[in-house]
Write a protein that binds this ligand. Structure first.
Ligand SMILES: [Zn+2]
Length: 277
């Protein structure tokens, strides 16, 4: 999980090399900011989560023993700050809009004098995915973000959240199913689902396919699923739209950390590091 460069920086940082520590932390700022944006749903909270997380990591880097992976450690810290934000705002994230996030990007496109259709379409798709993620219950949202957006393994997600792998997977199956429901119609990838009746032989395709992604479906069950997909247009639609939705979750890796945020985070980090030197 941790690239070699990270582990070298980590070793140096743990020996007290503040330059290495700063490089290591700033190297992960986009990852933490993206996670904060998706979890909290607004740039102000994402900025606070980023800054608080980096300072907490700087404070505790010497205690990181590598029992968990670096990513697991990083997300555990970032998540704890998201949860704090969440409590303070009385479960507000669902109501807050991410529109402000798309704003600058749209403005930039308009500034250039033309709006490339592909770029605009990509922004709209991104927005559909963001909206769908925001509609999830917090417990499902964090599992989906960590597994399907950030790409942690189910076991790592369990470590971050302090829950069993089974609990991760059951939340994940539900979250994926809801994501498909929320996102697929807006993306135009669930054509006329309602027109095709569900047959009595239709399996719970979404859970099966989600289980398949987690490596939990044996080859016999997998073959049966494939066979059913060949014969059943409804389930084929479901499966295709699920695949597409999940691939868009992964592809939608933005947003970049705004330069003003990078600036202030770097400043806070420097202050902290020099005060300790
Ligand atoms: Zn079917």
């Amino acid at each position: 999980m941790t690239p070699p460069e990270d582990s070298e920086l980590l070793l140096l940082a743990q020996k007290g090399d503040t330059a290495a520590l700063e490089r290591l932390l700033l190297h992960h700022q986009s990852q933490i900011y993206r996670f904060g944006m998706k979890m909290c749903g607004n740039p102000e909270d994402a900025r606070d989560v980023l800054q608080d997380s980096l300072l907490a990591m700087a404070r505790s880097v010497r205690n990181f023993r590598g029992e968990s992976s670096f990513s697991t450690w990083l997300y555990s810290i970032a998540r704890s700050f998201c949860v704090k934000k969440h409590r303070k705002s009385r479960f507000a994230p669902e109501e807050k809009s991410l529109d402000t996030d798309a704003g600058p990007e749209i403005a930039r496109l308009e500034d250039s004098g033309r709006r490339p259709d592909a770029a605009v379409a990509a922004l709209e798709i991104q927005e559909v995915i963001e909206n769908a993620i925001r509609k999830l219950e917090p417990a499902q949202r964090e599992v989906l973000i960590l597994r399907d957006v950030e790409g942690l393994t189910a076991a790592e997600v369990g470590d971050v959240l302090g829950i069993s792998v089974e609990a991760v997977k059951s939340r994940l199956h539900r979250a994926r199913s809801l994501m498909r429901e929320y996102a697929a119609p807006a993306l135009g990838i669930a054509p006329k689902m309602e027109a095709i009746p569900k047959t009595s032989t239709c399996p719970d395709l979404v859970t099966m396919f989600s289980g398949h992604l987690e490596g939990d479906i044996d080859s016999t069950a997998c073959a049966a699923m494939e066979q059913h997909l060949q014969d059943c247009e409804r389930c084929r639609n479901t499966c295709d739209s699920l695949k597409k939705t999940l691939s868009l979750c992964r592809a939608g890796s933005g947003p970049e950390v705004p330069s003003a945020v990078q600036e202030s985070v770097r400043h806070a980090l420097r202050l902290f590091l020099t005060s300790r030197a």
